[in-house]
Design a protein. Structure first.
Lengths: 112, 234
């Protein structure tokens, strides 16, 4: 029987995460857990990252993914989850921040 | 997240079952909850609310901080009948976030010219529904007026627990339909779930206005899922 509304598995971060684990890759999952103001991606959005820095999905409009990928390498290394916060209130706003003026909290956890 | 949780979550998503990943943000411990599965305490209240609204979020409950990530299947609308109302309903429902599939075995009605950009099956409902079964995240609107086409689909919708079931026709027409569905083995309680005459009572007159009334009723049914059950439970 067909799924009448199938998942877009080629672009679905959680499906990609499962496939990467099957391939024996080390994987971290980043999730938007809170947003304030105008945030580009809703709560629950995922970015999946492997130990080589490959990634799929998004937690913002591309503004903070680079920083999340860097943190994910540490999370994979230590095996401990961590909470990241990004926004204009951040001192590093001009380097790593949300130009839209919003703030987001991103939870990064190891998978496996 | 543990690997078996991810695998179970993805399986639920592929099979169109609602599921929620509950993560204790202090410890990182995760738990997968299916819709309708009992969860105690304040967390249970938050879980029920998130399933109903589809909104994920962070909650403080029972002295801990949890992140609830809710994964609802994409709700969809199956319309039985490639009629004038369906021509207005299909694009409106799509815009509102409900992908539409139209089923009508009458090939004179079910033509791509009349329904551009819509998934259209010029076959009997029993054939299409055997391939693509109805489920609790599907709404169905039966609008052919023809028992030969509508009745099987309505009975299937009642058995599948579709979140919305509407049928076009006057009260008199519907009374006869109720008798036929009871004869097919539907219970009186099941039949009472059918919205007929179809659509919210907004005085709709034209086919397009009826489509608005139907779509509004579908949205209301989707967003109040679980409310009726709550009142009658316990």
């Amino acid at each position: 029987m067909d799924n009448p509304v199938p998942l877009d598995e080629a672009r679905d971060p959680l499906t990609i995460a499962e496939n990467w684990l099957k391939d024996g890759r080390e994987v971290a999952l980043a999730t938007v857990v809170e947003t304030w103001g105008s945030a580009p991606r809703p709560v629950g959005s995922h970015l999946v990252i492997d130990a080589e820095g490959n990634f799929h999905g998004s937690v913002s409009g591309g503004c903070v993914e680079g920083a999340v990928v860097t943190e994910a390498a540490d999370v994979i290394g230590t095996g401990k989850p961590r909470m990241l916060e990004f926004g204009v209130a951040d001192e590093t706003a001009w380097q790593v921040g949300l130009s839209c003026g919003g703030r987001i909290k991103v939870y990064v956890e190891p998978l496996g | 997240m543990e690997r078996h949780l991810l695998e179970r979550l993805n399986a639920a998503r592929r099979e169109r079952r609602a599921a929620m990943l509950v993560t204790d943000l202090a410890s990182g411990a995760g738990r997968l909850v299916g819709e309708g599965e009992p969860v105690t305490g304040d967390l249970g209240t938050a879980v029920s609310r998130a399933f109903r609204t589809g909104n994920s979020g962070t909650v403080e409950a029972d002295g801990q901080t949890f992140f609830l990530n809710v994964h609802l299947p994409q709700p969809r609308l199956v319309v039985i009948g490639a009629v004038h109302i369906s021509q207005a309903l299909a694009p409106m429902a799509k815009v509102a976030g409900y992908p539409v599939e139209i089923i009508d075995p009458r090939t004179a009605f079910a033509t791509p010219e009349r329904f551009p950009d819509v998934s259209l099956e010029a076959e009997w409902p029993q054939d299409v529904l055997a391939r693509k079964p109805l489920d609790s995240y599907t709404a169905i609107a039966a609008v052919t007026h023809d028992p030969k086409i509508d009745d099987f689909a309505l009975k299937s919708a009642l058995d599948a627990g579709c979140f919305y079931i509407g049928a076009l026709g006057s009260r008199k027409t519907h009374a006869k339909r109720v008798e036929r569905l009871l004869a097919l083995g539907a219970s009186a309680e099941q039949v009472a779930r059918i919205h007929a005459p179809i659509g919210l009572d907004i005085g709709a007159a034209s086919p397009s206005e009826i489509a608005v009334a139907v779509l509004a009723q579908i949205i209301h049914a989707f967003r109040s899922r679980g409310l009726e059950a709550k009142g009658s439970a316990a």
